[in-house]
Design a protein around this ligand. Structure first.
Ligand SMILES: [Zn+2]
Length: 137
């Protein structure tokens, strides 16, 4: 028998979305463009909102730069589950770029609830191996 993808969830839609997230992450790892967009993933030790007076702590951030380059930052001082949620959240902003915070939070929660434990661990592995960078300006 062929080696089944044991990490998959029982939810077919969740599996489909998970595979799309992997596609973005793997393309980012290879530094290749995905339909014209370049995604860069980083983790940061202490991510703060520099637009905010109190400089409140952030879990993640996505910044669109020139030449359709999207830089995603994840605060790796957060708990692993929080970091995975942040990755899903920021990728949600990348895919559904026209949306604001509430629908993206909803999407993050829906995906989080639907993924299997193994799928979450796979996502965390990617974060674990990310390059550490400084707080973006
Ligand atoms: Zn957001």
């Amino acid at each position: 028998m062929k080696n089944k993808k044991i990490y998959q969830s029982n939810n077919l839609l969740a599996n489909w979305i998970f595979n799309q997230l992997l596609k973005i992450i793997r393309t980012a790892k290879k530094k290749k463009r995905l339909v014209g967009n370049l995604v860069k993933l980083y983790k940061v030790c202490d991510l703060r909102n520099t637009d905010d007076k109190k400089k409140e702590k952030l879990s993640g951030l996505i910044i669109t730069r020139k030449k359709r380059t999207c830089c995603i930052y994840i605060n790796f001082k957060d708990a692993p589950s929080e970091q995975i949620k942040t990755l899903i959240h920021e990728l949600g902003h990348f895919i559904f770029w026209w949306e604001y915070e509430p629908p993206i939070i909803k999407l993050e929660n829906l995906i989080w609830d639907a993924l299997s434990q193994e799928q979450k661990e796979i996502l965390f592995e990617f974060i674990r191996k990310l390059k550490i960078t400084r707080q973006p300006k």
